[in-house]
Design a protein around this ligand. Sequence first.
Ligand code: URA
Length: 431
Amino acid sequence: MRPADLIERKRNGEELPAAEVAELVLAYARDEVPDYQMAAFCMAVYFRGMTPGETFALTQAMIASGDTLDTGAALGRKGVDKHSTGGVGDKTSIAVGPIVAACGVPLGKMSGRGLGHTGGTLDKLEAIPGFRVELTTEEMVAQLRDIGVAIVGQSANLVPADKKLYALRDVTATVDIVPLIASSIMSKKIAAGADAIVLDVKGGDGAFMKTLDEASVLAQEMLELGRRAGKEVTCLLTDMDQPLGRAVGNALEIREALDTVRGEGPDDFTELVLDACARLLAYSDLGIGREEGRRRAEAAVADGSAHDTYGRWIRAQGGDPDPRVLPEAPIRRTVTAPRDGIVARLGALAVGVAALELGAGRRTKEDAIDPAVGVLCFAKRGDTVLAGDDLAEVHARDEASAKGAVDAVLAAYTIAHEVPAARGIVLEVIS
Ligand code: URA
């Protein structure tokens, strides 16, 4: 295999044999192919795409580049997992984990960190003082047996080819390519041992996929990879045209996830969490359908068992589950409605970037995160507001960043007179 030859053939629109795709990826993972050739290959894929066969070969090679895990088998249970393609205010796993665990289904999940305007579950959990995201496989399995939920960082040698390739894509304008995103996500889910996977595929200005049609194309690719690998997969296409829930920012999102586990979360976020829980429970070895799964998830929230599980989980990973210990920003400033009207739009990307500028995210991998800062969006699409009403609240470290964020969040709101078309959080389900 000559990398330059593969780049040229892909550039010319040829379909590459599976064995050559695999050889390229494995050689790259072993540092035998330089970054500049792999970057050129990714750019050729950007313009020429990949066939389902090529995408599957890429996925399988990425899995083969490192270790695999099977927590389901270690527990003697069917392994279920969930994943989101990333967005603004997405703290879904932090609420879903304790709810499904309280219903008797273990959820051991490897999560990632945020980059750019999208947050990462690990960064959110690390806002909890003392919380440890690095567990050994043995610790993770023991915690799953004992409590039923563990959310950890990706272990060092799980899909190392993706780690390397993702870092390269991030700096070569080759992230937003459907076959590369699909294989990146599915290789990690398959390597982590899931038998059945619920994928939250986000569409909207705050997501990688800007429209529902694009999100649907990504969902189909991931379903196909799951089918070829013998996995059960359901894709929820969900709205990322406005932030999910109210909270954007690490500690603020932990509070909102906890409120939701206690039954006091915002409507859109609660609906997504309960829908995902119902589908995970229906996929599990409990032998129940989705309706019964939904009923049990709602019951676990209502009777406090999900809240109890949340506390045991956070303590097991070294954290303090009391929300009063979460860091708080010293400065709070409200964003007020400039006129009467109806919120026609609240741009997810703009709010995500405002939170990033406050310090809630990182622009480069080396940046430190400020866990306390962020934005609470009180008014969402379709809400009626009067001039002077609080639309949002900015939580900042200093006056200058607060001022910048207030202006940016205000600009993210469009206040009009027409009622926007109503739409739920789950826009479509494909399985
Ligand atoms: N999330 C991933 O894990 N990989 C991608 O390529 C994009 C989002």
